[in-house]
Design a protein around this ligand. Structure first.
Ligand code: SAM
Length: 210
C-alpha cells in the first residue's frame, strides 16, 4: 500500500488543513490533563511539525522530548520551529519499524499518525510503547478511528470540508473498541476512550505503578 505521507505535497496540504481544525483542541486538552504531573521525558510518535509535543512542552517547560516521524518535509517544519530547542530530539524513522529502545519515558504520545500503520503493526507498537514506559507512565493516542458505518464516515468528512475524493488513501482506520481491548490485553490500566468527536478519539492506557 502507498503511504501518501512520503509525498511533500501531501504533508503540506495537511498542515494547511490542520490550521482550520478546531475540533481537535478538546482532544489535545484532555490529553494534556492525563499526563503525569511530574512529566520529565516523553516520546511523540508521528510528530509531524510538532503540534502535540509543542503543547506538552508549553505545559511542562522542564521536560525533554524525543519525536519520531518518517517525513523529511514534516521534520523540516519541526526543525524550523524547534531547531535550537535543546529539549527536542527529532528522529527520522518509520513507525513500521520497531521502536528504538530509548526509554524509559513518563509519557508516550501520538496524534493522528498510528492509523497509517497496519492493524498488526498498531498492536505491536502499543506493546512496544508499554515496554518503554516507566511504571505509572501513560500512553496517549489521539487518533483517527473508524466510523461504524459508511454514512457516518461521509458525515465526518463533510464536517471537515474534505471532499470524498480527497479521503486519504493511506488511512488504515480501525474501530476504537478493538484498540482499547488490545491496550487492556497488553497490560495497560485505566484504559478508555477519554474523548471522542466523530472519528477523532483519544485512546489512553497507563502502565501500572510498580
Ligand atoms: C496527520 S499527520 C499528524 C502530525 C502530528 N502528529 C499532528 O498532530 O499534527 C500524520 C503524521 O504521521 C506521519 N507518518 C505517517 N506514516 C508514518 C510512518 N509509517 N512512520 C512515521 N511517521 C508516519 C506523517 O509523516 C505525518 O507527520
Amino acid at each position: 500500500m502507498t503511504n501518501e505521507w512520503t509525498k511533500p505535497e501531501h504533508s503540506l496540504a495537511y498542515l494547511q488543513r490542520a490550521k482550520r481544525q478546531t475540533q481537535r483542541q478538546m482532544g489535545d486538552e484532555t490529553l494534556l490533563a492525563e499526563l503525569p504531573v511530574d512529566c520529565r521525558r516523553f516520546l511523540d510518535l508521528g510528530c509531524g511539525a510538532g503540534h502535540l509535543f509543542g503543547l506538552v512542552l508549553e505545559r511542562f517547560p522542564n521536560a525533554t522530548c524525543v519525536a519520531i516521524d518518517f517525513s523529511p518535509t514534516m521534520l523540516d517544519q519541526a526543525r524550523e520551529r524547534f531547531g535550537d530547542d535543546q529539549r527536542v530530539e527529532l528522529i527520522e524513522r518509520s513507525l513500521d519499524e520497531p521502536l528504538p529502545e530509548i526509554g524509559p519515558f513518563d509519557a508516550i504520545i501520538s496524534s493522528f499518525a498510528i492509523h497509517h500503520c497496519s492493524d498488526e503493526r498498531k498492536r505491536a507498537l502499543y506493546a512496544e510503547a508499554f515496554a518503554q514506559l516507566r511504571p505509572g507512565g501513560v500512553f496517549c493516542n489521539l487518533e483517527h478511528v473508524a466510523s461504524p458505518t459508511k454514512t457516518m464516515h461521509e458525515k465526518f468528512l463533510a464536517e471537515l470540508h474534505i471532499p470524498l475524493e480527497e479521503d486519504d488513501p493511506s488511512n488504515q482506520l480501525l474501530d476504537p473498541g478493538t484498540q482499547l481491548q488490545w491496550l487492556g490485553e497488553i497490560g495497560y490500566q485505566e484504559v478508555d476512550c477519554y474523548w471522542k468527536w466523530r472519528e477523532m478519539a483519544l485512546l489512553i492506557g497507563k502502565r501500572p505503578a510498580a
